[in-house]
Design a binder for this molecule. Structure first.
Ligand SMILES: [Zn+2]
Length: 488
């Protein structure tokens, strides 16, 4: 799942929206001329945040909500002067007219759960004593701003309370440097008596927190689960798609699967929330597909939800392939799950074309149709890349080609062009006949060529012209990036 700040997303138990990626950290550069400093101070009940914003040089016209749902959350805004606070007008935006360089303003935001002004917006959630409050509720962006504006942020939290990882590490004075991505995408943040568990993954670290609640799995089993999923996903780009990511584990009652739901936020760092069943056992959790699926989203650029078929298709295809590559499933199990998924995708839907089905998915709930149609196209594209290059290329290489744009928001056709390396490439040719048809993509011919057949007792892998490509798809591939410091 994913979405961007502007777009409404669907809401299930916890939240929704936004998918993330992160650029390699650059060495600290001198601060540009214009600097904005945010101090986010949380009240002990966790449900009100007082944000002080200081403008060291130029002052923008306003502080604007980064998402529709943040507009109505500001209760008061004032400029802080020697003779006391002076109220500022709030009209969706907080107007900064009359605020001088060097002055600070303060605004108070209501983070109480249960106030969903905008359909489909993430909202805030209590999980036991902890609170999940996405940045869409409390972060306001300088408007206008440009790339030369440095933005620094810090939290001032009640005793014993911590925030989950959302932005890069603080400098010696406690300031975290944030950038445009913090305003462009929603990130998920938890506040509470949290302990950060650092999980090494190839070329990066996952910072996980577990929210208030009872889980069967202990810390070591959580590390095994997230570390294995992180390693699996590293088999697309050769390394985990972000150097650092924040994961929020939400203990969830009444779950009939090990992981009930997952959601990815993008920002200055990716943030991922995973709803784990309180009774989930480690032997079921480790091979579960959800974390692999969500982490795979980080490997590609963001595409708006109206064209989710492409990013969901890639993540849904890879959730089988990567688990087989990592040994979490046998190749037979992976193909078996893929055939089940294609059957599900074929039987679901509303008779719309894939393009329309994807656009209307948040209203029709035709998720199975969209996700598995996209997965069928991803499989067909993987085979096309491999056939057209005599086995030298693959969908992984196409993901690598597009990966340097993964902090951007692209249209689906732009992503396909980036993956193909130009117009009319293998992926574009695979998609063209199916995107405006109301039938499920015909993947049977590809499966027959690969020698994948549904038998009486499950999938059968047969001798076939494409058997070598079939086996290469599930092959672990090249060695992964190392992680010398082990995330201590
Ligand atoms: Zn997804």
């Amino acid at each position: 799942m994913l979405a961007r700040v502007r777009s409404a997303a669907l809401g299930i138990v916890l939240v929704l929206a936004s998918c993330g990626a992160s650029a390699p950290p650059s060495p600290p550069a001198p601060l540009p001329a214009r600097t904005v400093r945010y101090t986010f101070a949380l009240e002990p009940d966790l449900e009100h945040m007082h944000t002080t914003v200081c403008f060291e040089d130029g002052v923008p016209d306003a502080l604007a909500a980064i998402h529709e749902e943040g507009r109505a959350r500001v209760e008061t805004a004032e400029v802080l002067r020697a003779d006391g606070p002076h109220a500022l007008p709030i009209d969706g935006e907080i107007s900064l007219r009359g605020v001088a360089p060097g002055e600070c303003v303060r605004y108070r935001v209501d983070l109480a759960p249960g106030r969903r002004a905008t359909p489909g917006a993430p909202g805030s959630y209590r999980v036991g004593d902890d609170l999940v409050a996405p940045t869409s509720l409390w972060l306001r962006a300088p408007s206008p701003r440009d790339a030369s504006t440095a933005m620094l942020a810090r939290f001032v939290l009640p005793d014993g309370v911590r925030a989950s990882t959302v932005w890069p590490d603080a400098d010696e004075e406690g300031w975290m440097r944030i950038d445009e991505r913090a305003f462009r995408y929603i990130a998920y943040v938890a506040f509470g008596e949290l302990e950060v568990e650092r999980v090494p993954v190839p070329g990066g670290c996952i910072d996980a927190v577990v929210l208030d609640g009872a889980l069967q799995i202990d810390a070591e089993q959580r590390r095994a689960w997230l570390g294995t999923a992180g390693r699996a996903v590293s088999r697309v780009l050769g390394r985990f798609p972000a150097e650092r990511a924040g994961v929020i584990v939400v203990p969830t009652p009444f779950a009939d699967t090990p992981v009930l739901f997952g959601i990815v936020g993008r920002g200055a760092l990716p943030t991922i929330a995973l709803l784990v069943g309180e009774n989930a056992r480690p032997d079921a959790l480790v091979p579960d597909w959800t974390a692999v699926h969500e982490f795979t989203h980080l490997a590609s650029p963001f595409v708006e939800r109206d064209e989710a078929w492409i990013t969901e298709g890639l993540a849904t295809y890879y959730q089988q392939v990567l688990r087989a590559r990592e040994g979490m499933l046998t190749p037979e199990q992976a193909w078996n799950e893929m055939l089940h998924g294609f059957a599900r995708g074929r039987s679901e839907g509303t008779g719309r074309t894939l393009r329309e089905e994807s656009r209307d998915m948040l209203r029709t709930y035709a998720f199975g149709r969209v996700y598995w149609s996209g997965a069928a196209l991803a499989l067909m594209a993987d085979v096309a890349y491999r056939r057209s290059s005599d086995g030298q290329g693959s969908l992984d290489d196409a993901m690598v080609r597009a990966s340097d744009r993964r902090d951007e928001t692209l249209r689906a056709d732009e992503l396909v062009r980036a993956m193909d390396g130009g117009d009319g490439g293998p992926f574009a040719q695979v998609i063209a006949p199916w995107i405006d048809r109301d039938e499920f993509p015909d993947v049977d011919e590809t499966l027959a060529w690969l020698g994948v057949r549904r038998g009486v007792a499950g999938v059968e892998l047969l001798d076939a012209p494409g058997a070598a490509i079939r086996d290469a798809i599930m092959n672990p591939g090249a060695p992964l990036a190392s992680n010398p410091d082990g995330c201590r």
